[in-house]
Design a protein around this ligand. Structure first.
Ligand SMILES: N[C@@H](CCC(=O)N[C@@H](CS)C(=O)NCC(=O)O)C(=O)O
Length: 201
């Protein structure tokens, strides 16, 4: 039985919901309301001392990081999503590093607007655009991030890039990124992350 400790507005949690949906895996969802501080409650700290979502419990195996979780899901339920040849695996790992860095770019910009986090908006938006310009180049002439089919690299990068506009990081100049987002959104099983009013308006 798969159990996901989740929060609807978390892009890290959305990575996992997206992977589960694309693989057609059913799971029990347990909401940890970050806005109400539930991640700091003693009961959740037993599950994740880092006090963060997402956490996946796969039949007693507890995994506490979104990229570790989607890697586990691919390895165990759909290995084609994490190709193992050393060349493709090197590329996957490079993209996963880029996905992790989004926490200091578009994800952080969104924290400022959506969650009123006290970071400097101007420098965060600027570093988000530096990251996106590199991703735009890397996606030139590519349908998918690695090889000829979608992989955990695409899933890891999707949520915070798609929701960058919520942090006032415009995507309109990035044509390769926009086309890639559309391809991800057209995948069978795709589930969106809830838009915040700022972007939905
Ligand atoms: N490296 C972790 C980061 C997870 C993370 O930052 N989660 C945020 C929500 S998007 C969280 O739980 N924040 C609560 C807090 O740090 O107080 C992952 O990839 O899962």
């Amino acid at each position: 039985m798969l159990k996901l400790y989740d929060f609807e507005l978390s892009g890290h949690a959305h990575r996992v919901r997206l992977m589960l949906a694309l693989l057609g895996l059913s799971y029990q969802k347990i909401t940890v309301n970050l806005a109400q501080g539930e991640h700091k409650h003693a009961a959740f700290r037993q599950i994740n001392p880092l006090m963060q979502v997402p956490v996946l419990d796969d039949d007693g195996l507890v995994i506490r990081d979104s990229i570790a979780i989607i890697t586990h899901l691919a390895n165990n339920y759909a290995p084609a999503w994490n190709p193992k040849s050393s060349e493709l695996q090197a590329q996957i790992q490079q993209w996963l590093a880029i996905a992790r860095n989004l926490a200091d770019g578009p994800a952080k910009a969104r924290l400022i607007t959506v969650f009123k986090a006290p970071y400097d908006a101007q420098s965060t938006i600027a570093s988000s655009h530096q990251q996106l310009a590199i991703i735009e180049q890397l996606l030139k002439d590519k349908r998918w991030m690695v090889g000829g089919q979608p992989s955990i690299a695409d899933v890891a990068c999707y949520s915070y890039i798609a929701h960058a506009p919520e942090g006032q990081v415009e995507l309109s100049v990035y044509s390769n990124i926009l086309a890639w987002l559309e391809r991800v959104e057209a995948l069978a099983g795709f589930v969106p992350m809830q838009r915040t009013p700022l972007q939905a308006a």
